[in-house]
Design a protein around this ligand. Structure first.
Ligand SMILES: O=C(O)CCC(=O)C(=O)O
Length: 229
């Protein structure tokens, strides 16, 4: 097994659910719009929608979400990256085990960053909700490889490094609800085997000094709260 470290910002499980980022009705209306927008080309991934779409700009600033983030990492908060995933029915698409705080471009300080996953549609066991290994943040960052198939800039943690997926738990979430995760928490999502599309937004929040750039070309964080930027 990997060496373990402290529990981190979110305690022993490394995650917290039940944060309302909007109403269920508003989230479902947004999901319907996004599905209509992306249906023709069956687009699965939209990178950094918070930089150029009003709905995502508002979502990353949702008051209850931002308050919960500030309670963890302090008043000065920026968004380092967002990642919209649409899982279409009848299409194999899995996001492999990974930790949000590390990829080919950046490494986030787990004490000055946190990631959020927002259910825009309902996320269920059948349509590809997240699964996480509670407590896995204590392993620290694991060796990873780039996730080439999806074109995503996510890493892929390797079970050979010692974590066991057998201890994973499913995290179904209703539309309008959000989950906070330690930047080192291992998580994945499976294929949508239901009949409707599943839509979710991943957000990586950072405090000042929370980013170590591995690639100098990586974009600057986008401040959303506080004055320390
Ligand atoms: O939306 C998903 O299914 C997974 C997204 C995710 O884990 C991520 O963006 O880090």
């Amino acid at each position: 097994m990997p060496t373990t470290t402290a529990d981190g910002l979110l305690g022993a499980r490394g995650l917290r659910s039940g944060i309302g980022w909007t109403t269920p009705a508003a989230a479902k209306a947004r999901a319907a719009e996004l599905v209509a927008l992306h249906r023709a080309d069956r687009r699965e991934i939209v990178r950094n929608p918070h930089l150029d779409t009003d709905w995502a700009k508002a979502a990353v600033r949702a008051p209850l979400l931002l308050t919960a983030v500030q309670a963890l990492i302090g008043p000065d908060v920026a968004v380092e990256n967002t990642f919209l995933v649409v899982k279409w029915p009848d299409h194999t698409f899995e996001v492999p085990w990974h930790q949000d705080g590390i990829d080919a471009r950046v490494e986030l300080d787990p004490d000055r960053s946190v990631s959020a996953w927002l259910a825009i549609s309902d996320a269920t066991l059948d349509n590809g909700c997240l699964h996480a290994v509670p407590g896995s943040q204590r392993f620290g960052y694991l060796p990873f490889s780039s996730e080439a198939e999806t074109g995503a800039e996510r890493g892929r943690a390797d079970e050979a490094t010692g974590f066991t997926a057998a201890t994973a738990t499913a995290l179904p979430l209703p539309a309008g609800s959000a989950l906070l995760m330690d930047s080192q928490l291992l998580h994945r999502s499976g294929t949508n085997t239901a009949t409707g599309a599943r839509v979710g937004l991943n957000i990586r929040y950072v405090a000042p000094g929370g980013i170590r750039r591995r690639d100098p070309q990586s974009p600057s964080p986008d401040p959303v709260a506080g004055t320390g930027w």
